[in-house]
Design a protein around this ligand. Structure first.
Ligand SMILES: [Zn+2]
Length: 301
């Protein structure tokens, strides 16, 4: 399973709009509070996500900038608590934590679904911090639906703001014909021998397939024909949704943009397997990049 996927939480959309129900969940000792500080997870000494509800839930909630409802885990409510307005030491003390750690740094130690919940919490709290004021009239916004909505309090405005995601496409581009080869790129700032798939944000007015063709054209100068969906990955760093494709090029001539991509070339399966055997990483450990490359390698002997 891809990291940050397979979230098992019941998001309880029909219940989270009820303030009385939410208030009761917040004071229920069985509920779990996940404290975060400026996009980082507050963890205890063994790097398990802290369970401060058993320490001092009331103190934690009183010190929070924002508390949002994430969902129900077998009937038990989970909340994310934002302590970003505090200093790091104070946030740790409130949560009973020893340090604040990037969620991505915990991926190797957590199950995919557990990482999914932390990433969800981080992404939702990040959105709230950037939506305190209405973009239409400038008045302050207030939280609704347990944190899944903000509404403008400005006179005569009432604009509703919903959590945003920013879709990006990521694609493994195959050469036409034989031998089978895929296009990998070396991005600006990446290590000398670091090759990865192409990716980019979807622009307004584009379909996902349009974005695949545009990005491959812009970054590598390669024209693409068929585009086939492979899977998607939540990527709330801070607000992404990665949508993975396999695309077939119509020609093999490469001309990189020199901006985002400094070099791009075609690799056969044998070349990629040799890199793996030599200990070179095949994509990032928590990314759909690795899944796209791995499934292409596994497709044929
Ligand atoms: Zn407004």
């Amino acid at each position: 399973m891809l990291a940050y996927g397979g979230g098992w939480l019941d998001r309880a959309a029909a219940l989270r709009g009820d303030p009385g129900w939410l208030a009761a969940r917040l004071t229920d000792p069985a509920s779990v509070l996940l404290p975060l500080w400026r996009d980082r997870c507050l963890v205890d000494a063994v790097r398990a996500p802290v369970r401060p509800a058993v320490v001092d839930a009331a103190g934690l909630l009183a010190g929070a900038d924002e508390t949002v409802f994430l969902g129900l885990d077998e009937g038990r409510a989970l909340f994310a608590v934002d302590l970003s307005g505090r200093g790091e030491g104070e946030a740790c003390e409130l949560a009973g934590a020893v340090e604040a750690v990037d969620v991505r740094a915990l991926v190797g130690e957590l199950g995919a679904a557990e990482a999914a919940v932390l990433a969800y919490a981080k992404g939702l709290l990040h959105w709230h911090r950037g939506q305190r004021f209405c973009g239409g009239c400038g008045a302050a916004t207030v939280v609704g639906s347990g944190g899944h909505l903000r509404s403008c309090g400005g006179a005569g405005c009432g604009r509703l703001l919903f959590p945003r995601i920013e879709p990006a496409v990521i694609m493994l581009v195959e050469a036409p014909g034989e031998p089978a080869r895929c296009l990998l790129a070396r991005h600006r700032g990446a290590a000398e021998d670091s090759w990865s798939t192409l990716a980019g944000f979807v622009e307004i007015g584009e379909s996902l397939e349009d974005a695949v063709r545009r990005e491959v054209g812009e970054e590598a100068g390669v024209a693409v024909g068929e585009v086939v969906y492979q899977g998607s990955q939540a990527w709330p760093f801070p607000a992404g949704l990665m949508v993975g494709f396999r695309a077939t090029a119509v020609s093999t001539r490469v001309r990189v943009d020199g901006e985002e991509v400094v070099e791009a070339r075609w690799f056969t399966r044998a070349e990629l397997r040799a890199r793996v055997a030599a200990g070179r990483p095949l994509g990032r450990i928590d990314s759909i990049d690795r899944h796209l490359l791995g499934s292409w390698l596994d497709a044929r002997a």
